[in-house]
Write a protein that binds this ligand. Structure first.
Ligand code: ZN
Length: 173
């Protein structure tokens, strides 16, 4: 059975290491991939790299809503165009950032059995590939963002709480 692993957060030195290539394929890798997918889905993420659960290996799972993609030892073979958009990361809570990425890419990787697969991706999916492959080099979106985007939710909740306090104060008058 797959398990939900703990996701490490910005500030943890494990996120900054360069991940090692996977050389052994087998049961342990397959279990790890299952756990990574389970952890990604449980966190409502669209991608997760092994360093994010404290394992410094070149392993990534992605699902942009069109099915699970597993990447072992991925490399970007071609990158074209440039597009800027807001990104979030499960290891960087409550903060987003605008990041410039290639618009379309070709990625070569191995699957869970070690077979070489080639992926062509563009737009949002290409962005996820690049974000996750960055994790394998110890790079986070906060290093390359052009603008910080704060999550507006906590502020909104705070405002609502304040309004409630004001309402109560009025009721007491
Ligand atoms: Zn991330």
């Amino acid at each position: 059975m797959a398990a939900i692993r703990e996701i490490i957060k910005l500030g943890d030195p494990l996120l900054r290491q360069r991940a090692a290539q996977v050389r052994r394929f087998g049961f342990r890798l397959e279990k790890l991939l299952d756990d990574m997918a389970c952890t990604m889905y449980a966190s409502n993420g669209c991608g997760l790299a092994a360093p994010q659960i404290g394992i410094s290996k070149c392993i990534v799972v992605i699902d942009d809503g069109q099915g699970l993609i597993e990447l072992i030892n991925p490399t970007i073979r071609r990158a074209e165009g440039e597009i800027s958009d807001v990104e979030y990361c499960l290891s960087v809570p409550e903060l987003g950032g605008e990041v410039k990425r290639a618009e379309s890419i070709r990625v070569e990787a191995q699957d869970r059995k070690g077979k070489i697969c080639v992926y062509e991706a563009e737009g949002f999916l290409a962005r996820i590939f690049q974000h996750e492959i960055d994790h394998l080099q110890g790079r986070l979106f906060v290093d390359i963002m052009t603008r910080e985007v704060r999550d507006e939710k906590p502020e909104k909740l705070q405002n609502e709480a304040q309004e409630q306090v004001q309402d109560e104060a009025q009721n007491n008058e």
